[in-house]
Design a protein around this ligand. Structure first.
Ligand code: S3P
Length: 425
């Protein structure tokens, strides 16, 4: 795909698609509940469609209209042994969270994903689940897909997460919900809490005491209506686009503002960006309008507890930092190495091709700005977020950007190029 913008400016209002993490969980809790769940503003990206496909194979009726997804919940006991392999595609969230659900169901299932999923560590989930009594076999001792799950009666656990991961936390929560008694999960740093919020939205309960999360087993859920806020991880691309493109102002309505996800807003403020955030209404999850204008930016340091609050935004923050005066240092972000690609390497390699002054470190990257970027041939490497970083970079390059494999973007943001064209006048 050739991207050629001639001195663009960005302007207008958009509503980015629904939050990916919340969309996955709405299908999962909808399926595990008794009765009907109606989901509005669901993200029809490939990852969330994989979750729908897996639950259909488990016997759950899920209807789709243009406006809504309707899940006819079966309850925990209504899930059926699948006669086909569950294919989770490119989705780590589907793979890991479903392991926590399937580990305690009384049947056998097999899970596989795409080539990228086949390289991502699953032992971070299979190890705690095995400690709860799960029987999961997989390539290299359960480290990688394909995985075979023989459902078992699960025991409670007290587990300190070795990595700050909401996917691991959520998988253990789903398993703990099926055990007899109380489990405790200890987080090294707070990670996104959509699973906890959704348990309450579906009529269940969960407690947090500091960094300890306490889950009672044997809970039954009741179907409900869910509105999925816009995904701040998708909004991030147009926040950065507005900040780095001359004469721009972009308004992002109905964007999720859950505190465990808003690290990018803190970074914008630290870098001196022209950003305003207005909370509108909140229905389980906080929501609001984010407005960003062309900004004069300064470099910053990013590390520590903020990392889980912006982990998916680091690739686009790297582009932002190329347009800031001075040095930006990102630390403690080694988790980027086990995302859809090794995102430290892919973002550094691709931005370098456009002339950025950026280098990889063991746990992050160092970016020196402000650089004038040039056109060139780059690739998404099959990673949706890397593809979007490169497309946004094309707004400020001298010359054309040729983006290989732009299709990957449909994983989380199928309307991305429509929105880009709409805003770039
Ligand atoms: C997610 C958690 C994060 C994030 C991913 C979605 C979730 O992954 O990067 O895009 O929905 O729980 P980790 O749990 O691996 O940090």
């Amino acid at each position: 795909m050739k991207l050629n913008f001639n001195n663009p400016s960005l302007g207008g209002k958009i509503e980015v698609p629904g939050d990916k993490s919340i969309s996955h969980r709405s299908i999962m809790f909808g399926a595990l509940s008794e009765g009907k769940t109606t989901i509005r503003h669901f993200l029809k990206g490939e990852d969330c469609l994989s979750t729908i496909d897996c639950f259909r194979k488990l016997g759950v009726q899920i209807d789709e209209t243009d406006e809504e997804i309707i899940v006819h919940g079966t309850g925990w006991d209504g899930l059926k042994e699948p006669s086909e392999i569950l294919n989770t595609g490119n989705s780590g969230t589907t793979t890991r969270l479903m392991l926590g659900i399937l580990a305690g169901r009384p049947f056998h299932s097999v899970m596989i994903g795409d080539e990228s999923i086949g390289k991502r560590p699953m032992d971070r989930v299979t190890v705690p689940l095995a400690a709860m009594g799960a029987d999961i076999a997989g390539r290299e001792n359960g480290r990688f897909t394909p995985l075979s799950i023989r459902g078992k009666k699960l025991e409670t656990i007290e587990y300190k997460l070795p990595v700050a991961s909401a996917q691991v936390k959520s998988a253990v929560i789903f398993a703990a919900l099926q055990a007899n008694g109380e489990s405790v999960i200890v987080e090294p740093e707070a990670t996104r809490d959509h699973t906890e919020k959704m348990i309450e939205q579906f009529g269940g309960s969960i407690r947090r005491e500091g960094n300890r999360i306490i889950v009672k087993g044997g809970q039954q859920f009741k179907g409900t209506d869910v509105y999925v806020p816009g995904d701040i991880s998708s909004a991030a691309f147009f926040m950065v686009a507005a900040a780095i493109t001359p004469n721009s102002e972009v308004v992002l309505e109905h964007t999720g503002l859950n505190k465990t996800r808003t690290g990018i807003i803190d970074v914008f403020e630290q870098m001196g960006a022209d950003i305003t955030v207005e909370k509108t209404f909140s229905e389980g999850e906080e929501i609001g309008t984010i407005t960003v204008k062309t900004s004069s930016l300064k470099g910053t340091e990013i590390g520590g507890e903020i990392i889980p609050r912006l982990i998916d935004e680091i690739p686009i923050i790297a582009l932002l930092a190329t347009q800031a005066e001075g040095e930006t240092i990102i630390r403690n972000a080694e988790e980027l190495k086990v995302k859809e690609t090794n995102r430290i390497d892919t973002v550094v390699d691709e931005l370098k091709k456009l002339g950025a002054d950026i280098e990889a470190t063991d746990d992050g990257m160092i970016i020196r700005g402000k650089s004038k970027l040039r056109g060139g041939a780059v690739s998404s490497h099959g990673d949706h977020r890397i593809g979007m970083v490169m497309a946004i970079a094309a707004l400020i390059t001298d010359g054309e950007v040729e983006l290989h494999d732009p299709e990957a973007i449909a994983v989380s943001y199928p309307e991305f190029f429509d929105h880009l064209r709409l805003l770039a006048k």
